[in-house]
Design a protein around this ligand. Structure first.
Ligand code: SF4
Length: 364
């Protein structure tokens, strides 16, 4: 996998202290650092760039996060939700997937930011977990960034894993398309951290997931994490339909479960390619040659475009069959799908988000 070194680091004066700042200084000695009182002028200049999103990924901004770090995953209107919380320690991602929804979601705020006040994040999480001891929190850091892409430089995971490892009622998920696991291998997750990979066949990685790790690199990183005591997750999302997709996805599933121990896999999710009319416009400008613009999709009640329902159901059933053959006991769920699709794929739909969240955690 290629290095993802930023061209420069711009530090908000209030964030020029603490472990993340020190780690950046130490790991990026040849990258220019600028400390500024207010980085907003830099962000405004991004708006004038020819490709604000592409330009935004090149400089790293270390700033203080002023609001709350933790929030409930927004899910998708009318779709079955899995009762997930997200903690945003960074915004945007240095990799370039043509289908990435951040291109639209962060269109007006494309700077690559890392929030340096990790002590506030930990204090907020501590207050929340202590207040609700009877609730079990499933928390992810990969909603508006990749959980590990910047970790070799910022060392965020080493700052928070010891905290999460000590929590009686929380589980942290680190979701990635990288193989950047060196910084976490020596820590003891004590069963409280799941490292999960978004997986696609190498053909899709080559065509659509620029700067990410190859399939083999992701799988090898997953095995190393498993050996180091981490539980694993796999997200076959977005599944993409193309001539011959069945062979590639079946091979991928077989390869994964021949390499890692399915008994240490906490969950597997399935989700098909999703877009919106706005995202398609952006993809057309930024990745005019992508094949993803050609496939037929329909607008669903939540405003997202997906393949026709019969095609989705058929894709999910096939994937589920390959997974069940390779790893009969592994827990599988659908991401952002309707109850009708759940019923056609599994023969039932969770009655509410709590039920699905509980089902996922009961496997732990
Ligand atoms: S790795 Fe994830 S966050 Fe980064 S560009 Fe790809 S889809 Fe977006």
């Amino acid at each position: 996998m290629q290095e993802l070194v930023p061209q420069e680091v711009v530090v908000e004066a209030g964030a020029a202290q603490g472990p993340i700042f020190r780690n950046l200084r130490q790991t990026l000695p040849h990258v220019p650092f600028t400390v500024v009182e207010d980085p907003k002028a830099f962000w405004a200049s991004l708006a004038a760039a020819r490709d604000p999103m592409g330009s935004g990924k090149k400089s790293l901004f270390l700033v203080r996060h002023k609001g709350e770090f933790l929030k409930k995953c927004p899910g998708s209107n009318g779709q079955v939700c899995c009762n997930y919380f997200v903690v945003n320690f960074a915004s945007n991602c240095p990799m370039e997937c043509s289908y990435c929804y951040l291109q639209e979601y962060l269109a007006n705020n494309p700077a690559l930011k890392v929030f340096g006040n990790v002590e506030d994040l930990v204090a907020e999480a501590d207050r929340l977990f202590s207040r609700h001891r009877r609730f079990f929190f499933r928390i992810g850091t990969g909603e508006i960034t990749d959980s590990l892409a910047l970790d070799p430089y910022i060392g965020f995971c080493a700052e928070v894993i010891p905290f999460f490892a000590a929590q009686p009622n929380a589980l942290l998920e680190l979701k990635t398309k990288t193989d950047r696991v060196e910084g976490i291998l020596g820590l003891n997750p004590r069963g409280r951290v799941v490292v999960s990979w978004s997986m696609n066949p190498q053909r899709i990685i080559d065509d659509e997931e620029r700067l990410t790790a190859s399939f083999e690199q992701r799988l090898s990183a997953a095995r190393r994490c498993q050996e180091a005591g981490y539980r694993l997750g796999f997200h076959f999302d977005p599944m993409i339909e193309y001539p011959g997709w069945e062979r590639d996805y079946r091979d991928m599933v077989e390869r994964i479960f021949a390499t890692i121990d399915p008994r240490r896999v906490s969950w597997v999710s399935l989700g098909v390619l999703r877009s919106t009319p706005g995202l398609k416009r952006i993809m057309r400008e930024r990745f005019p040659s992508t094949d993803l613009l050609c496939g037929e999709q329909v607008l669903c009640p939540d405003g997202k475009m997906r393949y026709f329902q019969p095609l989705r159901v058929s894709m999910y059933r096939k994937m589920l069959g390959w997974i069940r053959t390779a790893a009969p006991a592994v827990f599988v769920y659908l991401c952002m799908e309707s109850k009708e699709v759940w019923e056609q794929v599994f023969g039932f739909a969770p009655s509410c988000e709590k039920e699905l969240g509980k089902a996922i955690l009961s496997r732990e």
